[in-house]
Every structure is written in structure tokens, then in C-alpha cells.
Design a protein around this ligand. Structure first.
Ligand code: SAM
Ligand code: SF4
Ligand code: SF4
Length: 339
């Protein structure tokens, strides 16, 4: 299996596939309710890649481009009709070493069993608070926490390894850091704290709202004893720690204060078939049109390789130099290309 390299020598290993740009939440940092209304131009059904198209591309990625990991995301991936069918087909591709999903967890309790049976290997649930008022405000639609916690329990029950991602925003949910840590530590679930990023153009990001990984560690030191762990593999995005008493792990994803562009081996495929080389890209590289115009496998592989070979994105490193959103240029929204 050949690996391909970009201009900085970074190999393409992870493919994140967005299966929809719709969501049942309106998280203030991602799809603020005042912008993502009913009349927002969401992708229509015929604009979305079909499951057959996603599977064909995925096969090419793993067999010709060195991709080893596939993560399904969105928008909210569990809203895509018949998602377990797609998972089944992807899990049938022999070279896929890791097949995972990121979800807000709302529909997880009723779907966990089918997802596991279809071949999903792991799940990450995003949950930013345990307090209903705080959570309802963040998710923008007043949804309570309980169904998400039930989803997490259901995933564990069917044997799906799980991690929980908590995005921390100053003035919004720092008071949830300790309760979340206690809750998930007791259940031996890895909680990962994520720094707020300036993705897209509509979440009014500013550096003042970023609670740094360093601050989070300082806070945790008040309640817990823990030690840092060595990276499990080169290019691991999270910095991992282990509580001394229980052995439960937690992680920090410090994309703003300690960017990891130099090891970034991720490619994102939007729900309408565009390749994005960076979370902060301005435009994507269309694969849907050639796919639908009858391109051969070789032509598609050449397109993918040619796109990756020219990649020189390192947005977060550049942002770090000024701690400012890098300009007023249009950026792609996270709900469109997936986190
Ligand atoms: N809807 C699913 C979910 O929420 O897990 C999958 C898509 S969501 C875009 C994926 C992840 O992106 C979530 O964990 C969310 O917290 C994260 N995210 C969204 N906007 C972000 C931002 N501005 N900064 C950092 N993470 C963000
Ligand atoms: Fe939806 Fe996930 Fe974005 Fe929240 S973070 S609005 S759940 S896509
Ligand atoms: Fe990768 Fe772009 Fe994020 Fe840097 S800013 S880690 S290149 S996605």
C-alpha cells in the first residue's frame, strides 16, 4: 500500500468523512441558531455523496493512498438515513484499521447496537456540560443532558470503546470541567478537553475565549493526582494523562495554544464530495463531479494524490504567531466538513 506525502512530507493517514451538514443541535460555537435557520442552504439529497460513492472513494483512499483510519462525522452523522449500512460496507474494506464516528450522542442510545453490529470500532461523543442549563444553552435548542448520557451508557453496553470530547469556552462552561472530570473518571471513560478554535466565520471566536490546556491542567491539579503519558503513536493529536488512583486516562487537544500542524495527516471529505486539506481551508477540491462523470479509479487516485502532494496548509501554526483569527477571509464551517 503506497503512502503519499505533501509538501512538508506529511503522509495521508486519516480520512474524515462528513455524511451530512445537517444537525439536530445548534451549538453556539458551530451552528449558531441565528444563522443556521430553516432557510439555510443545507445540502439537498442529490448533492450528497451516495453510500456507494463514499465506499468507492474510501476503497481508493485505503488501497492507493495509504489511508488507515476512517472517521464518520458531520453535521450530525446519526441523522443520515441508514448509516449502519454505510458502516457495514466500510467495515468490509479489509485494509481499514480503524473505523470510528463522532456524534453529539442524542440518537446513540437507540442506534448503538446497530452501529456496533455493522462494524463500527469506536465512538467519540461530544458533550460540553453536565448541567442542563449550561448544556441547553450551548446546544442552542435547550436539549437536556440525560439522553446523551444514556447514549454513552448504551455504547458501553454493546462494547463500543468510547471517548468523550468537551469543548471548553471561557465564560460559557469552564465551571463544568471538574464535574465532567469526576463523572467520567468514575466511569473509567476517557474525557478529552478541546480548545475553542476559530473555525468558520460565524462563531465570533476570540483568543480571550480560549481556555488553554495549561489552565485546564492547573484546575485539575486542585482535585486530582495524575501523570502524563507518552504519545501512543507519532502525530497523536491529544496529549494524554492518567489519574494515579484509578488509571483512567484523559486528554487535552490544544490546537490553539500548541498547534500540531507539523504532524497533521488528516484529509476531510465533505458531504458533497469535496476534499479539504485543512479545517481552515477556503475551498475544497471536487471529487463528486469527476465521480459522476465516469472517472476511472486511476483518474480519481491521481486527483487525490495530486491534491495531497501540493498541500502546504499550516493554519494553526500561523495563527499562533499572532493569536488572532487569520484574517477576515471566508472559511469553511465545521458543520460542513466535520470536526
Ligand atoms: N455533530 C457531531 C458532534 O458534535 O460530535 C460531529 C460533528 S462536530 C462538528 C465534531 C466536533 O467538532 C465536536 O466535538 C465539536 O465540539 C467540535 N467543534 C465544533 N466547532 C468547534 C470549534 N469552533 N472549536 C473546536 N471544536 C469544535
Ligand atoms: Fe451539531 Fe456537532 Fe456542530 Fe454541535 S458541534 S452543532 S452537535 S455538528
Ligand atoms: Fe491540520 Fe490545518 Fe489543523 Fe494545522 S490547522 S492541524 S494543517 S487541519
Amino acid at each position: 500500500m503506497s503512502s503519499i506525502k505533501d509538501t512538508f512530507g506529511r503522509t495521508l493517514r486519516d480520512l474524515r468523512i462528513s455524511v451530512t451538514n445537517r444537525c439536530n443541535f445548534r451549538c453556539s460555537y458551530c451552528m449558531p441558531v441565528e444563522i443556521f435557520k430553516h432557510d439555510y442552504p443545507y445540502l439537498k439529497k442529490d448533492q450528497l455523496l451516495s453510500f456507494e460513492e463514499i465506499v468507492r472513494l474510501s476503497r481508493l483512499f485505503v488501497s492507493h493512498c495509504g489511508t488507515k483510519k476512517i472517521r464518520l462525522t458531520g453535521g450530525e452523522p446519526l441523522l443520515r438515513t441508514d448509516l449502519p449500512q454505510l458502516i457495514k460496507w466500510l467495515s468490509d474494506i479489509p485494509e481499514v484499521e480503524d473505523l470510528s464516528l463522532t456524534t453529539n450522542g442524542w440518537h446513540l442510545s437507540r442506534m448503538a447496537d446497530d452501529l456496533r453490529a455493522a462494524g463500527l470500532m469506536r465512538v467519540t461523543v461530544s458533550l460540553d456540560a453536565l448541567d442542563n442549563t449550561v448544556f441547553g444553552k450551548i446546544n442552542g435548542v435547550g436539549r437536556p443532558v440525560e439522553p446523551v448520557l444514556k447514549g454513552i451508557d448504551a455504547a458501553i453496553e454493546v462494547g463500543l470503546p468510547i471517548k468523550v470530547n468537551m469543548l471548553v469556552i471561557r465564560g460559557v462552561n469552564e465551571d463544568q470541567i471538574l464535574p465532567m472530570t469526576h463523572y467520567f473518571k468514575e466511569r473509567n471513560i476517557c474525557l478529552r478537553f478541546i480548545e475553542f478554535m476559530d473555525v468558520g466565520n460565524c462563531n465570533k471566536w476570540s483568543i480571550d475565549q480560549v481556555v488553554s490546556g495549561k489552565e485546564i491542567l492547573e484546575l485539575l491539579k486542585k482535585d486530582f493526582l495524575f501523570e502524563s503519558l507518552n504519545p501512543a503513536y507519532k502525530g497523536e493529536v491529544a496529549k494524554n494523562y492518567r489519574f494515579m488512583d484509578s488509571g483512567t486516562e484523559f486528554g487535552l487537544i490544544t490546537s490553539v495554544t500548541q498547534p500540531f500542524c507539523k504532524n497533521c495527516n488528516r484529509l476531510r471529505l465533505s458531504a458533497d464530495g469535496k476534499l479539504f486539506l485543512c479545517l481552515f481551508a477556503i475551498t475544497g477540491h471536487d471529487l463528486k463531479e469527476p465521480l459522476r462523470q465516469g472517472a476511472t479509479d486511476k483518474e480519481l487516485v491521481d486527483l487525490i494524490k495530486g491534491t495531497w502532494n501540493l498541500r502546504k496548509d499550516r493554519y494553526s501554526e500561523l495563527r499562533k504567531e499572532t493569536n488572532r483569527d487569520k484574517g477576515s477571509r471566508p472559511k469553511i464551517e465545521m458543520s460542513y466538513i466535520g470536526g
